[in-house]
Design a protein around this ligand. Structure first.
Ligand code: HPA
Ligand code: ZN
Length: 345
């Protein structure tokens, strides 16, 4: 997003090392690339131009977005498409000073269209390896189960992932939330835990606080994606704060999907004030109109965040990551130094 007036927080945000913990790689498919891949693969799109695609990105809820998100995925067919998609995202966030990413991918969005699991993960991991070698961005891969599909489908996807578990750090749960509570996947997540995978789940984006409780108590997740509606339940807020769960909040996504009516309603500051480890992320940047720094800028201005708040958000992004403690400490020390250089400690 354009930032017309100079704001001292802008340069600070730009220079801070950050981790992105909530990013659907398929949601970083920019319309230009969608067209290029569709042309290359002979896939017909229901849009005449890039402008028409962008104009279609008006959503009044999660499902309206998901319908276009799955449609856009249709352009991704070959291994190099997944590579191109992933390397483009890494190059883009390199410019935002992102040092670590934990990327979601939705294998079922592809295997249900006849694209092999191996094709998807080979392309993504090739780009992630290059991203680390060439751009210095470390990464972890999180495989999401589509919650509108069945438990049986999720187990079948886990089976397909078996040869790749050395490249998959964790599993997540995404897609249509309401009507598909976390408990639907209790057995799948129990199996994933046995396999040593980290566990995360989208909860409380549109779904009620009860879904967040289930994600914690029934699935035993390590981190909560979104979690906005947790704030409606005081006991839940206390639990999240006391047990130190990280929440991956996505301000521009919340705005675009009408989870909030204006960016000033973003729960980021309220979460920090409640002692919750909130983080700022982009979710599906191509669809929601901004990458990670745009999200930081939006909440910094609308919530009048201090440099300390901004540094806390960046620090939380590493603390809440699945990096080794030593790597987390290194990044947190860099953030503390950047803050100190501003004389804001
Ligand atoms: N919520 C649920 N599923 C998703 C999202 C989201 O924000 N983005 C991509 N899949
Ligand atoms: Zn998401």
């Amino acid at each position: 997003m354009a930032d017309a007036s100079p704001d001292p927080r802008s340069a600070f945000i730009a220079a801070l090392p950050k981790a992105e913990l909530h990013l659907h790689i398929e949601g970083s498919l920019e319309p230009e690339m969608m067209f290029e891949l569709a042309r290359r693969n002979g896939v017909a799109l229901p849009y005449a131009s890039v402008e028409e695609v962008r104009a279609a990105y008006q959503f009044s809820n999660l499902q309206e977005f998901l319908d276009l998100y799955y449609l856009g995925m249709g352009a991704l067919i070959e291994e190099r498409d997944f590579y191109d998609l992933t390397i483009a995202y890494l190059e883009r966030v390199h410019a935002d000073n992102v040092r670590h990413v934990e990327i979601f991918f939705d294998p079922q969005g592809h295997t249900t269209r006849g694209v092999a699991f191996d094709t998807v993960i080979t392309g993504i991991t090739r780009a992630l390896d290059e991203g680390e070698a060439r751009l210095g961005i470390t990464s972890k891969l999180i495989m999401c189960f589509l919650r509108h599909l069945s438990e049986e489908d999720a187990f079948a996807t886990l089976e397909e992932a078996q040869p790749w578990l050395h490249r998959i750090t964790g599993v997540g749960l995404d897609s249509s939330e309401v009507g598909h509570p976390p408990e639907k996947f209790a057995r799948v997540f129990a199996k994933c835990r046995e396999l040593g995978l980290k566990l995360v789940a989208h909860a409380g984006e549109e779904g009620p606080p009860e879904y967040v409780w289930q994600a914690l108590d029934t699935l035993g997740i390590d981190r909560i994606d979104h979690g906005n509606r947790a704030l409606e339940d005081e006991k839940l807020v206390k639990r999240i704060a006391q047990d130190g769960y990280t929440l991956t909040v996505c301000p521009l996504s919340n705005l675009k999907l009408c989870v909030i009516d204006e960016i000033g309603e973003s729960p980021v500051k309220a979460m920090l004030d409640a002692g919750i480890k909130a983080t700022v992320n982009s979710d599906d940047p191509s669809y929601f109109g901004g990458y990670i720094n745009d999200n930081y800028h939006a909440v910094a201005r609308a919530l009048d965040l201090s440099l300390q708040d901004i540094a806390t958000l960046a620090s939380n992004s590493f603390a809440g990551s699945f990096l080794d403690p030593a790597e987390i400490e290194t990044r947190q020390a860099e953030i503390a130094q950047a803050l100190e250089a501003q004389g804001a400690r």
